[in-house]
Design a protein around this ligand. Structure first.
Ligand code: 5AD
Ligand code: SF4
Length: 473
């Protein structure tokens, strides 16, 4: 079977969009997004399809179509989503023709589908991340009276990932100067704590020419900040006949004409190569930011997690990255309280964090996901112990973030003015090349422009600055 959804199938979706549009007179739609950038990217595509179907986008759960695009990585996020869906009973009572769709990673979980069918009967359809390109067909089906929960892509309640790539969906970007572009979908790594490979299917890479064409299009549309996305971007191309690997793809992207920066996430340390770091260093167009999730500083835990690198392998990469890009911004993900993590294992994580000195960290307390290998492992540490470790890690990182941010004070950096801010007198936000958040004052007309900003203050989470129009960049 081809890796791509056929043109005929996509044409059918376009016909469905036209048929919905023909009977639509000003109905509204809301896509509520949880989780990672991959979901943001998928939501932009769902919004694109909704607009083609004649819907007016809103951010109210009273809309005629409400799509909840969900994350399944941690259990408490799932519980929140069930709360949100439960609440929609009231909006549907007010507007019985309201269409409610659960999409995203949770849509791929058999247990979630069962629970929705059993207890959340006001939900009209459940889609997963591999099948949401069929949204037009699903909406048309519901409008035409097929009121069953649409079980796309399931056999006996178990998801059979579509494992294909749907090219050519329309896109509606939230912010015109920023674009998320997926380069690949799925994950083959099966880290033992992670549910993603079970929900997003096997790795499949888009064609490099399709990606580069999309980059050109968004740059022509005025986009200034492009993030290439994938669960593990360093595996890009391994499933293709095409010779292009991720470093090669970045190089192609860096040669597109225009004023923009390219970022990417997420990289897996086991697949991060010297060639990738050299490519980043060679092109100013590639942002000086590397998000390299380490998860733990203990080799014993890394092994149990099936991460396939050691703390020392990881540190070697970091040292090389800093050697070729001294100004690189480094961020990471860390899980505290993986089953069997001892105080000694945790200390090794603290040591690694102290040695790397990340600019910022995403920290998570381990969440047990049924169906993953880690869910069967002995987990003797108490929740109190875990949260105590978690707090110690945050405390350490806060000190480091504050120190790193303070180093910016007095410097003038080029930033992309990003949007309106809400921090006291500072009405704008901006991002540095490395992705650090800056609060500043200025005219709204600057949004979407690159501007020099002199940094005047630092906090743990962000920087404060002022426009430095007379300074050198
Ligand atoms: N529990 C806690 N954190 C998790 N992550 C993935 N699965 C789990 C889990 N079961 C974290 C990892 C990953 C990030 C996106 O989410 O750190 O890098
Ligand atoms: Fe999950 Fe590991 Fe794949 Fe990341 S690389 S999505 S943590 S299995």
């Amino acid at each position: 079977m081809s890796k791509f959804v056929s043109e005929r199938e996509m044409q059918y979706q376009r016909e469905c969009m036209q048929r919905v549009a023909a009977q639509n007179n000003g109905r509204t739609a809301f896509v509520d997004t949880y989780g990672c950038q991959q979901n943001e990217a998928d939501s932009e595509r769902m919004r694109g399809m909704l607009v083609e179907m004649g819907y007016i986008l809103t951010d109210s759960s009273d809309a005629d179509v409400v799509i909840i695009n969900t994350c399944a990585v941690r259990e408490n996020a799932e519980n929140r989503v069930f709360g949100v869906i439960g609440h929609l009973v009231h909006t549907k009572r007010k507007n019985p023709s309201q269409i409610i769709i659960l999409a995203g990673c949770m849509g791929g979980e058999a247990s979630v589908r069962e629970r929705i069918k059993r207890s959340y009967r006001h939900v009209d359809a459940v889609l997963d991340t591999t099948s949401f390109w069929r949204l037009p067909e699903v909406i048309l089906g519901i409008l035409e009276g097929d009121k069953t929960v649409a079980e796309i892509n399931t056999v006996d309640g178990v998801v059979t990932p579509d494992n294909r790539i749907a090219e050519g969906m329309p896109v509606q970007r939230v912010v015109p100067h920023k674009a998320w572009i997926s380069v690949m979908y799925g994950c083959n790594n099966f880290c033992t704590y992670c549910i993603v490979p079970y929900l997003r299917g096997r790795e499949r890479s888009r064609r490099s020419e399709d990606i580069v064409r999309e980059i050109r299009e968004v740059v022509e549309d005025g986009c200034k900040d492009i993030t290439l996305l994938g669960q593990n971007v360093n595996s890009y191309g391994k499933d293709s006949d095409d010779e292009t690997d991720f470093a090669g793809l970045l190089e192609m992207a860096a040669h597109v004409d225009g004023e923009f920066l390219i970022r990417f996430m997420t990289s897996h340390p086991k697949d991060t190569t010297i060639r990738l770091l050299d490519t980043m260093a060679a092109y100013p167009r590639i942002a000086r930011h590397l998000h390299l999730p380490v998860q733990s500083g203990s080799d014993r835990i890394l092994k149990l997690m099936n991460r396939r690198y050691t703390a020392e392998n990881y540190l070697e990469l970091i040292r090389y990255a800093r050697k070729v890009m001294p100004d690189i911004v480094l961020t990471s993900d860390i899980i505290v309280g993986f089953p069997g993590e001892t105080e000694e294992d945790f200390r090794q994580t603290l040591d690694l964090v102290a040695e790397v000195e990340y600019d910022s960290l995403f920290t998570f307390i381990y969440s047990k996901r049924e169906g993953t290998p880690a869910a069967k492992m002995e987990d003797p540490a108490s929740p109190e112990e875990k949260s105590e470790r978690f707090n110690r890690l945050i405390e350490l990182q806060n000190t480091i973030s504050m120190k790193k941010h303070s180093e910016y004070i007095g410097k003038t950096v080029t930033t992309l003015i990003d949007g309106e801010g809400k921090r006291g007198q500072y009405n704008l936000t901006a991002r540095t090349n490395g992705g650090r958040l800056v609060h500043l004052k200025g005219d709204k007309s600057l949004i979407g422009k690159y501007m020099p900003v002199r940094i005047t203050e630092a906090t743990t989470w962000s920087l404060v600055g002022e426009l430095a129009l007379n300074d050198q960049k």
